[in-house]
Write a protein that binds this ligand. Sequence first.
Ligand code: ACK
Length: 913
Amino acid sequence: MHTRRKLPQVEPRNNNINACVCSKWEEVSIMDEKNIPIRTYQVCNVLEPNQNNWLRTDWIPRSGAQRVYVEVKFTLRDCNSLPGVTGTCKETFNLYYHESNEDRESYIKESSFIKVDTVAADESFTQVDVGDRIMKLNTEVRDVKVTTRKGFYLAFQDVGACIALVSVRVFYKTCPLTIRNLATFPDTVTGADTSSLVEVRGSCVNQSEEREEPKMYCGADGEWLVPIGGCLCSPGYEEKGSACKSCTAGFYKAKSSDPGCSKCPPHSHSLRDAATVCDCHSGYFRSDADPPSMACTQPPSAPQQLISVVNETSVVLEWTPPRRLGGRSDTSYSLECLICQTLCLPCGSDVLFSPSQTGLKTTKVVVSELRAHTHYTFIVHARNGVSLASGAGATQSVSVSVTTNQAAPSPVSFVQATDVTRHSLSLSWQQPDRPNGVILEYEVKFYEKDQKERSYRIMRTFSQSVDVTGLSPLTVYVFHVRARTAAGYGEFSAPFEFSTNSGIHALTFCTVFIISRRSKYSKTKQDSEEEKHLNPGVKIYVDPFTYEDPDQAIHDFAKEIDVSSIHIEKVIGMGEFGEVCSGRLRVQGKREIYVAIKSLKAGYSDKQRRDFLSEASIMGQFDHPNIIRLEGVVTRCKPLMIITEYMENGSLDSFLRKHDGQFTVIQLVGMLRGIASGMKYLSDMNYVHRDLAARNILVNSNLVCKVSDFGLSRVLEDDPEAAYTTRIPIRWTAPEAITYRKFTTSSDVWSYGIVMWEVVSYGERPYWDMNNQDVMKAVEEGYRLPAPMDCPVVLHQLMLDCWERERAERPTFSQILNMLDKLIRNPGTLRRTVHDRLLSAVTLLFPCVRRPTGSMLESGLGPEVCVSVVPEVCVPERSMCEWLQSIGLERYRDTLAAAGYTSLDSLLGITHQ
Ligand code: ACK
């Protein structure tokens, strides 16, 4: 759609169109077809040749137009209808123009005009038409480019026609004002050429903004061509018609590119028009990252069901997501770690959180590198995108307090050698970075580099240095050091290599013998365990708890048995972790054997699994006829099982009780010998049993006794309170092990003495029904179990030796074994019992003595007469005391006194009955 702009209309009037002075144009009034008078310019000099009549308009301002259109309405007389005009009559006229800035040019030369066109009539009229008053009006339009001056003149040249100019209309074209794509395009004058396009930039309508520069081309014919770019209604406004109208209350528009106003999302509202965002209802929030189209949300409630599992110095924390997530899905958790003594302070940066401490998407974190045996509080915070939003308040959290366990020390990281000679060197090292408790001792393992680890030596020391002797000259040794706390051994250090010196300069030897006879057993130093392992190739027990992965230990030391090869027959008892059954095991290629099957009851914890399997990891390292043999384990299916050889007679204590008095002394000593042999093997392996008791010895059909039950060693170490709980076998345990947990082979020797007593007394309970406190007190004060009935003197003496207060004074298992072997070889030595000795002594002096009975029972020291009492200073009944001392039976002084025998005279009443 285009518009035609009129230039000042050129009516054929004298005041604005003028004929030249010589011109024959005349202004004439005529009637049109409807009989309305109109003014015209006419010329009709058809009879005269060479006509040149000019009619010129006034100056027409261009008004910005570049191409003007001239519409001429005229009538023209048909030459043929005029008689006698042949040759002179014309039926056309010429249209000229002349551009000029001058609006009042009075005379313009003909030659200054430029011809636009020769205009011919479509229709001409005749005399008839005139008579009929038919006006054959022609309309011709011509366009002309006018670009150089402010205005122009038009001129009509008649060259001999009969014309009447009825009207001349001069106009230009514009593309009209329009709105397209929310951009306003102004009324635009078309271009100068018929083919030219005028590029027009639109301007965005009110409350809108440019999406892309709005442009449109205005064609020469006044028509707009396809619009380019456009505008979008601003935020808060939407397009209606060709305008932008504001969003009403309850609606919003956030971005100009949004299609229109939208209803406020849940938990939000807009009270005013033109809202670009809806405000959240009270208690609801929107994070910076939330789009305005998202519902307003809330922070999450606290995480739930926080549980902690402590594993040495690591804690696994697990929780369930908050009950209310606040309408969001971006809940994350962060962990606060506090170390709590009197005050709770933030944990140090050395604590590790896996996968991380903050920004957690999972509900489980493993916190490691904590201090051993320390109280910690962990707070788990739940957050989401609006937790920090203004006014959202503090995050919701849940907390748990835990105490870490004891843990093995970290590895020793630095070892150095000084004072290196050809046969020795001094090794020193630094305490581990994380001792995780009091370091009880260090273990040094070393071997000749060439030997690799085929044979090695072990030394133990309480200090951070040790003198290593007995080395070969000019030899490279590899050293590893590890520390031990109550929680066990840490890992060995990395290897440190040191070489001994050459022997060339070592010409002088100085040997010093220090002979110190500490006791009859002190020739072998009980604690100098280094000496035990000087022999290359001696196998050393490996504590499975030093393995980071307990399953690795079990695979290193125990064979996995296919459950299908086990045939369970019956339940034979209840163990600490579950039922014990008997059954048969048939391994391919081997004969079927009877086995005992210990199983781990369902619902066990990780720790219980570890403790249960640790027994197999320990047992699997042993291979001795007096140690219960491990056949294998079942760990790949449930229940977990430990399969051992079957011992037909079950545990020794109940077996002896069942067969009270039925064995010869030699048979009993044979049993004791077996146990001593098993214990010697264990001590050679550096294994401390800690729970040696008749109930933990199993007996097979050949009366062979085997040491079993390797579960306690760890239990005691794990439980710092063990000494004060019922778990510690007080009656069997050496005083130093009870009081300061000094468990050694020497404390096992003490327990062995108790086992001897149990064996000889056919399963009697040590210290009978005395309570543990009284037992500890009595032992501390020097009381020792008396010889059981018919106890060979030598055996009771051996028991007493095992119960020496000073552990270094106790015999070694090797010595015990030698002694028992000697006794077996010389059974005569076993004949003399403690009672015989007492009675014979009394009888020697007093031929008719009476044996004390009832009064002993009443004394509360036991049912038997052979109560052993550590000698004290004999004061009141000197002669009696001296006499007992002289016959080596001074320990019976109190027993005799309690029974009323305080003087030698009173002994005269004792008889054999
Ligand atoms: O005294 P018992 O018959 O001997 O009852 C206990 C019970 O299982 C719980 O420990 C018996 N027991 C344990 N290991 C074996 C085994 N290897 N052979 C036979 N009986 C066993 C033990």
